[in-house]
Design a protein around this ligand. Sequence first.
Ligand code: AMO
Length: 434
Amino acid sequence: MDDRTYTADASPGDAVTVAGWVHEIRDLGGIAFLILRDKTGKIQVKFEKDEMDDEMVETALDVHRESVISVEGTVEEEDRAPTGVEVVPESIEVIAEADAELPLDPSGKVEAELSTRLDNRTLDLRKDEVKAIFEIRAEALRAVREHFRSIGSTEINTPKIVATGTEGGTELFPITYFGEEAFMNQSPQLFKQLMVGSGLERVFEIGPIFRAEEHNTPRHLNEATSIDFESAFFDHTEAMDVCEGIVRAAYEGVAENCQEELEALGMTEEFDVPDDAFPRLTYEEAIERINATGALDDPLVWGDDLSTEAERALGEDVGSHYFITDWPSEIKPFYIKDHDDDPELSTGFDLMHPRLELVSGGQREHRYQHLIEGFEQQGLEPEAFEYYTKMFKYGMPPHAGWGLGAERLIMTMLGLENIREAVLFPRDRQRLSP
Ligand code: AMO
């Protein structure tokens, strides 16, 4: 429709064709209003029964809500209209009639359960506050990409069907690949590391990761989007600097370009770009602080991973984004490098939001012999990873990087209760369709 005008662009005096969905019809007797909604907003169309063509008025009053229509007419100023203008129609066409009964109410007057919303995502995304989440997600990813490019990293796309896992064997989804067992990739970890040894040196990827986690929680998905970064000649502190920059760039992009969306979410007042350097606590300091809060029945001891409860207690105590650094080597994966002066301590770090973990990363083990030993210590067979390990024999620079969960970033940025709200079509224990 070349001649279509978006509702937001309709100005008094214009002859327009507006097209979109029937948001609402209000029949007041002699006069009736149809509210038409499109991507950019809503506009009132006025029908004066005595003065207009009967058939046109009848069509407008009979059409079901959420049908797709187009209206040709003139835009006039009208102070009483929600947007200060209205369309005085000359003709109306019903392009796609909607059923009278809808599985959920896009006007939002009747609230729907999350599962009903996810089953009917198309209708759900007709609501301003839901659409806003995905506009913001798109903007955050745009800003992230731009920031990565500004620091000289190359976007890569690596295979999602793989022969081996990297993040622990129990969380793999097996598939059949021409009669052989293969898996959906849990992380681009090994591929991004291989690329720092290539001529590309500094890379990022934004792509799906698959985790066959059994538990169904408000913070886990079985298919998530990971924002991954890896750079040659970086140590873990430099990787953390980039991580901070990326998180801030995402917030800045949203603050600059998504004011309308933040308004739809009722967040204009409370949306702050995190500005200070994120505090960096060592693992040891973190467990001391958690124990000092008294929130846990059993105090943490060195070597414990942090439970959800422990993360929450620390998050409340710190009150902003923060890093946890210097984790015990034994609870970090084989590819994370240990500190040279203390092999019990790793260079692994996590970036935390007060509510939950956003990022894991670290400097990587780039020395061939140490890497092979790391595999063996974790009970993995280095032979299965030969495609990866052998490249460490041909000139692999020291390097570091991290992975950031895109949905967790959006969930925490917008204060969403459930991570599923930040995904169009979530995959979880119960949900494989749509
Ligand atoms: P990790 O397994 O900690 O590290 O994942 C990195 C980040 O990805 C997000 N994430 C998830 N989000 C939603 N649902 C899930 N099931 C899920 N799993 C992970 C989280 C998490 O912090 N290879 C390393 C990264 C690296 O060292 O570069 C890795 O995958 O936000």
